[in-house]
Design a binder for this molecule. Structure first.
Ligand SMILES: [Zn+2]
Length: 278
């Protein structure tokens, strides 16, 4: 799933490509594409797309008084639609503009979980943005400390929980823990001030580094093609210390880490009762 840097860079690309275009129509292609009943998206017809922003892992298309909130889910894409075929492959929804251009939301496969919420007024505080914690790139150590204390859990899970902080996924969680030299299984409520400082620096640094790379791409790339020190590098030498990178495998994701840099050389096991790894 794309994370904050990929979506931020993509929002910037979309705004540069279609910013200012006047909406001619919005059409959900699948039954589940449009997640809201009111307001009517047609009420934005004739209005200009003034900006494309991002909140957490959502894209925000502001058109007139309305905000079209888009979630791409795992493999969805929102791209200029040159062909504008009647039944686009994987099509979820399409925006057409008065100058003849269009944007198409697509999602591969059959899950059909990507979607669009149409909101009037300030989208913050409205579904689906109302459950999001602060964007990860806005947090310094002072803002991070109370969040850690309030949510005692493993660090890797904390970083990925969009209700606590928004925008970090599996890849960034791995990279942030490695950069901060903290175990992905470290207890959030037990981190000391130095560790929290390192964590805040790692969050900011990993996001800034990724964003710099994403801004050089002209399209969102696959997770495996994004640069990283540990993610998708299991079995390779740690670029910091040379130790072999290891992993804990879960059904939906992989925790990747360096034993020397992060766990005092210890091997992590998927055992929630394990005490010596905290
Ligand atoms: Zn290392």
């Amino acid at each position: 799933m794309p994370e904050l840097p990929e979506l931020q860079a993509h929002a910037e690309r979309l705004e540069a490509e279609v910013g200012g275009a006047v909406l001619a129509g919005f059409r959900p292609i699948t039954f589940t594409a449009l997640k809201t009943y009111a307001p009517d998206p047609a009420s934005a017809v004739g209005e200009a797309l003034t900006s494309v922003g991002r909140r957490g892992k959502y894209l925000l298309l502001r058109i007139g008084e309305l905000t079209f909130v888009v979630h791409l889910m795992q493999g969805g894409r929102l791209k200029p639609d040159e062909k504008q075929t009647a039944k686009p492959r994987g099509g979820i929804a399409r925006w057409t503009f008065a100058d003849g251009r269009a944007l198409l939301l697509t999602e591969p496969g059959t899950e059909r979980r990507a979607g669009v919420w149409v909101l009037a007024g300030d989208p913050e505080g409205q579904e689906p943005l109302d459950h999001l914690g602060p964007d990860a790139d806005t947090l310094d150590a002072a803002a991070l400390a109370p969040l850690l204390a309030a949510h005692p859990m493993r660090l890797h899970g904390f970083l990925r929980d969009q209700r606590i902080l928004a925008g970090v996924g599996r890849r960034l969680a791995n990279e942030i823990c490695h950069r901060a030299k903290l175990s992905p299984f470290a207890g959030t409520a037990k981190l000391d001030a130095d560790q929290i400082d390192r964590l805040a620096e790692a969050i900011a640094g990993c996001i800034a580094d990724s964003l710099a790379v994403e801004r050089t791409n002209d399209e969102m790339v696959r997770s495996a093609d994004r640069p990283g020190n540990v993610h998708h590098r299991i079995g390779e030498p740690c670029p910091v210390c040379g130790d072999t990178l290891r992993s804990v495998e879960y059904r939906a994701y992989t925790v990747a880490y360096c034993p020397t840099c992060q766990t005092n050389g210890k091997t992590l096991a998927d055992n929630t009762t394990s005490k010596f790894l905290k």
